[in-house]
Design a protein around this ligand. Structure first.
Ligand code: ZN
Ligand code: ZN
Length: 144
């Protein structure tokens, strides 16, 4: 049984998960592939829609593992549902790796603008940087 599972797994995805220190399982591989296929950020509900009969908490746990290991990052684009998108291979989710997100007000899709790092911030004395969420709103190429 375990052997069959391993054979079924996509080696490329496996390698990417192992590179981030995540032990590949078929569930993790499937969630990764869903995010990879969509090329946009997805919320938990949208990810759940891609599966038949998979418990929401199982997906949520997988997302949590991915997040803890910088396989994905979460985006709060102000729509009320947190979205998730894949990180680049060498991303460490530190300030230098953070990029701007673009929310299309017409189709509601959120895109990673990975070539646009968030601006460097000089915070006033006593303020310590922890994380940043930089969302630009407008219309995407499909909608404008
Ligand atoms: Zn759009
Ligand atoms: Zn992103």
């Amino acid at each position: 049984m375990i052997f069959i599972e391993i054979v079924k797994m996509n080696n490329d995805v496996n390698k990417k998960l192992l590179h981030k220190g995540v032990k590949p399982t078929s569930m993790r591989q499937l969630v990764y592939e869903v995010l990879d296929k969509q090329k946009k950020a997805l919320n938990l509900y949208e990810i759940e829609q891609q599966f038949d009969n998979v418990d929401r908490s199982t997906i949520f746990r997988t997302l949590k593992t991915f997040q803890d290991n910088c396989v994905i990052h979460r985006i709060d684009d102000g729509t009320g549902a947190v979205k998730y998108a894949l990180c680049d291979e060498n991303c460490t989710c530190h300030l230098g790796d953070l990029h701007i997100h673009f929310l299309c007000i017409k189709c509601g899709q959120t895109h990673c603008l990975k070539d646009m790092p968030i601006p460097k911030m000089d915070l006033p004395n006593g303020f310590l940087f922890k994380s940043a969420n930089f969302v630009v709103k407008g219309t995407c190429p499909k909608c404008s």
